[in-house]
Write a protein of this length. Structure first.
Length: 244
């Protein structure tokens, strides 16, 4: 589903991502972990076209998408959410998700005309699945941080992706909210046959949910494999996991 080959990004000589390679088979659930500044967000931005790599390749279903524009990569089926919440605060929750459906289906020309009638059923079904149906008419900007992160997830799902890249989907959530959100995410990924790549700081959640874990340290992928291997890896324990 996704092949990352020798990916590299240098910011004025500083290597934020250094020769990172890994592959994601269809329906895989993989977490990328690593300390602050390890290069996790940069790696995601390289995959989704928000940052152009200095070297290396990104392949989606075998096709080279290295350096393609973000909207093209999204349209191919790679959806994402950002570390910093990115919603439309003045729209209602319903309108946020509906706008994402309309944008994905390129109905932009009708946007100010009959937009309110488009994709209503799809929007409501997705809100129900996310547990947000009772907040459909509230302003997105007025909701709790946790609910806003869920709206972001909804916006990403409305583009009907086959891979979802989520950069700290639970940032700022309590431990119980984090657990619920990741479980919901995993369930939705299973229902839709999605491939999931996410970053997450709660190691308990990561080791419980991910089938594969990649560990970034100073831009390098120092280990990659099933949770048991990562837990047992001496270098990972030394640089990151410590007491976990
Ligand atoms: N646009 C940029 N220009 C210069 N340096 C950058 C830029 N973006 C990121 N960096 C640097 O690259 C390194 C990796 O940053 P990145 O945001 O990818 O880390 P991260 O693993 O996502 O960290 P966090 O856990 O804090 O989100 C950091 O040292 C950061 O300061
Ligand atoms: Mg980050």
């Amino acid at each position: 589903m996704l092949d990352v080959r020798d990916l590299k990004k240098s910011f004025a000589g500083f290597l934020a991502v250094s020769d990172v390679s890994f592959s994601l088979p269809p329906r895989a659930v993989m977490a990328i972990i690593g300390p602050n500044g390890a290069g996790k967000s940069t790696l995601f931005n390289l995959i989704t076209g928000h940052i152009v790599p200095t070297a290396g390749q990104v392949l989606h279903k075998g096709a080279d998408i290295t350096g393609a524009a973000p909207h093209r990569i999204c349209r191919r089926g790679i959806g994402r959410s950002f570390q910093h919440t990115n919603i439309f605060p003045r729209l209602t929750v319903f309108e946020c998700i509906q706008a994402a459906y309309i944008a994905h289906h390129r109905r932009g020309t009708d946007f100010w005309g009959r937009a309110d009638r488009l994709y209503r059923d799809e929007t409501m079904a997705l809100l129900e699945r996310l547990g947000l149906a009772d907040k459909a008419d509230e302003l997105a900007g007025a909701l709790s941080h946790g609910n806003q992160k869920q709206i972001e997830l909804g916006i990403a799902l409305a583009s009907d992706p086959d891979i979802l890249l989520l950069d700290e989907p639970t940032a700022g959530m309590s431990a119980s909210e984090t657990r619920e959100t990741i479980q919901l995410l995993r369930a939705i990924a299973e229902e839709r046959g999605l491939t999931l790549l996410f970053t997450e700081h709660d190691m308990e959640v990561v080791f419980q949910v991910a089938e594969r874990i990649g560990v970034l340290h100073q831009g390098r992928l120092i280990a990659e494999g099933p949770p048991a291997d990562i837990r047992a890896d001496a270098e990972v324990r030394r640089v990151y996991l410590g007491g976990h």
